[in-house]
Ligand binder design. Structure first.
Ligand SMILES: Cc1cc2nc3c(=O)[nH]c(=O)nc-3n(C[C@H](O)[C@H](O)[C@H](O)COP(=O)(O)O)c2cc1C
Length: 374
């Protein structure tokens, strides 16, 4: 067995821990996270929509399956959120035309009522909840803590004091400068291609700039990494590894977290079938194109609200679309790389392909340089 060696050795991610390739995989499914780590990568659990007690139990679930191997957790901590987890207070701020627009969509597509609040309304992103999530993560034995949006220095300090590797996702140089100032151990330079919340700078334009800025701090390349050739290209750009989300969506371990409509959307989508829309959360979010994104982009549609107010507006209807798998509104967060994936596979197969193809690409590159007589 071979192994791709990079500067990640600096992070104490040693051979003993079984990191065979510098591939970090982000997922909202605990099953996927455990499988990535057990396949020799570094699984990271997206826990930002989970309650503190759920986070505690889910991190313990993953630990029980990966043993000593490393895994991480990701939280999104935007700077300006309400103090309290108080939905009623925010409901009062929602403009009437926005409510009418959502009612119009419910009627047009016959969306049944959800059985409870949706993922974005089961709690309000607030200081109260964020503090409790941070406390749950700090108290856990998770190895790495990634901060998706926002990088508060005090959170970085808390996690480092607990011996955890700290990571910030950045989409621009100024975000990277702030994260470095906060003292993170690792940066993820996430380009425009990426699924989920994403920025405006393309991965190729972003990664080498962040590498130059980061100095001794290793950088992972994210956004569009779908094949081993992308992994090799990331290393060629100076990255110490990659951070991947979309490639793990159509996996057997993620299947129970997707509706049929979501699977079909993912299977048929090419890069051009993804769109960036603020309709999901109020912030730009790349997803498969659907009647949901189209309705919000149509002439006369209201502008999405700010975050987290938009969550309150759309949380329940998004939950209902998912619960009842309402077509053609069904959609999924996904990056432009989704075009590479058209069937369910085990996580271990995705990891094996990424690793083997990266090694082959690196071999090809090292043979490409020819000595010529002076
Ligand atoms: C469905 C989906 C949801 C995501 N949610 C989050 C999130 O909650 N927090 C976060 O830091 N990143 C999130 N991301 C972004 C990933 O962490 C990662 O940066 C991105 O998927 C990399 O680009 P790729 O999708 O082209 O692989 C999400 C990505 C996807 C596809």
């Amino acid at each position: 067995m071979s192994r791709l060696r990079t500067r990640l050795g600096n992070l104490g991610v040693s051979d003993r821990l079984g990191l065979r390739a510098p591939i970090f995989g982000f997922s909202h499914a605990v099953e996927v996270v455990a499988a990535i780590t057990n396949a020799g990568g570094y699984g990271v659990y997206g826990a930002t929509r989970r309650l503190p007690e759920e986070i505690e139990a889910e991190l313990a679930w993953i630990r029980a399956r990966v043993g000593d191997r490393p895994f991480g957790v990701d939280l999104v901590i935007p700077a300006k959120v309400p103090e309290k987890n108080d939905r009623a207070a925010l409901e009062k701020e929602i403009p009437e035309p926005h409510r009418a627009f959502i009612e119009g969509i419910e009627a047009k597509y016959a969306v049944p009522k959800p059985s409870g609040p949706g993922m974005r309304t089961r709690f309000i992103r607030s200081e109260e909840i964020q503090d409790a999530q941070i406390a749950a993560v700090a108290a856990s034995d998770v190895d790495l803590v990634a901060l998706g949006i926002g990088c508060p220095p005090e959170v970085v300090a808390t996690m480092k004091a607990r011996g955890k590797t700290t990571v910030a996702l950045v989409g621009q140089e100024r975000h990277a400068a702030k994260a470095l100032e906060a003292g993170v151990d690792l940066l993820v330079a996430q380009g425009y291609d990426a699924g989920g919340h994403t920025g405006v700078v393309g991965t190729f334009s972003l990664v080498p700039r962040i590498v130059d800025l980061a100095g001794d701090v290793p950088v992972l390349a994210a956004g569009g990494v779908s094949t081993g050739r992308h992994v090799a290209a990331a290393l060629a750009m100076g990255a110490a590894g990659v951070w991947v989300g979309t490639a793990f969506l159509l996996t057997e371990e993620n299947a129970s977290h997707l509706t049929r409509g979501e699977v079909e959307a993912l299977v048929r989508s090419q890069a051009t079938d993804t769109v960036i829309s603020r309709a999901e959360s109020g912030k730009p979010f790349r997803q498969t194109r659907s009647a949901w994104s189209e309705e919000w982009a149509a002439p006369g549609a209201p502008q999405p609200l700010g975050h987290p107010l938009h969550d309150v507006l759309v949380g329940d209807i998004l939950g209902a679309i998912e619960e009842h798998d309402v077509r053609p509104l069904a959609h999924s967060g996904a990056g432009q790389g989704i075009g590479w994936f058209d069937r369910m596979r085990p996580v271990a197969d995705v990891m094996a392909d990424l690793t083997a193809e990266a090694e082959a690409a690196i071999d090809r590159m090292s043979r490409a340089r020819e000595e010529v007589p002076a």
